[in-house]
Write a protein that binds this ligand. Sequence first.
Ligand code: 3PG
Ligand code: MG
Length: 399
Amino acid sequence: MSIRTLDDLLAEGVSGRRVLVRADLNVPLDKQTGAITDDGRIRAVLPTLGALVEAGAKVVVCSHLGRPKGAPDPQFSLGPVAGRLGELLGAPVHFATDTVGDSARSTVADLADGQVALLENLRFNAGETSKDEAERGAFADQLAAFGDAYVDDAFGAVHRKHASVFDVPARLPHVAGRLVLREVEVLSKLTGAPERPYVVVLGGSKVSDKLAVIEALLPTVDRLLIGGGMCFTFLKAQGLEVGTSLLEKDMVETCRNLLERSGGKIMLPVDVVVADAFAPDAAHDTVRVDGIPSHRLGLDVGPETVAGFSATLSQAKTIFWNGPMGVFEMPAFAAGTRGIAEAITKADAFSVVGGGDSAAAVRALGLDESSFGHISTGGGASLEYLEGKTLPGIAALEN
Ligand code: 3PG
Ligand code: MG
């Protein structure tokens, strides 16, 4: 890989230089209080930011948060993230209340060597995500004016062809940050020659989101274990009734086709936890997959499934896991995700957890992060990497 790294930039010397860092500080927020519920993505960029601070750079951090529609929207402000970042860095973070306007300009101009600024949400500007090259380019020009060099440490966003990810590196000397390097190093082990058996566990709600990765992985994996909301479309494809469970009707045929072509590599749940409603206190029972009542919906995989999946995982030498097995946010439906996560930690395997949701699940369930080989900060990004797609943010660093 012909990518320059943060160490190359540090070796040139950054003292007194303005370094624009694209981070992925898109952290989950509590819907009621707006509080940060998982700061994993903030902690993940500390090695890069700390090294730049130490070296005396003027560090200008930018990020998106959520999906605002190209205009300021207070519920997606990065203000709370600036506070948390400052706590973790042990030094105040100067927050600009706009991205490229007066506040940003004066905040950047006032930075002393070794200080850190955070710009307001990139997606408050239509240019960030625009499909129009000129509109994106104009916004990239404004952003690039805040840096003498650019560091991409936003692994979670490298699959987006956005101004801060794709167009800014074309305008400034650019390097990959520590997080991006580590992520690529780990994921390339999975696409290279993974030690076998190589077992992939996929969950989450939508089959349509995972279709491309299933197609790409089928030839390379030894086993593909499927749980989460998406398993019901596969169960339906096997001719089973799934009650009022999540179902993507237009995907049933595709799932049937995948099952036929999978050569027995795909393992589906044998039992599920069904409930009367999608609610934490809903009445629920465990049933066999051929006995899902017509008026109930599946919200987790059952204990026999956990046992079967765990037995397969215990043999694995390489594991990739993306997507929860059930609605782990509700304690009544968390046992499947917890069971699978524990089986992964117990396996004598190199394990990679991919994705915002599964990474958050690991921490929310109080599991020991260090018992996994690697916890990726990228959901979509890690899946697209495994699919073998060209990632715009990585391609931009290669040039
Ligand atoms: C993510 O959370 O997957 C990344 O931050 C990218 O966000 P996006 O899917 O809204 O582009
Ligand atoms: Mg995403």
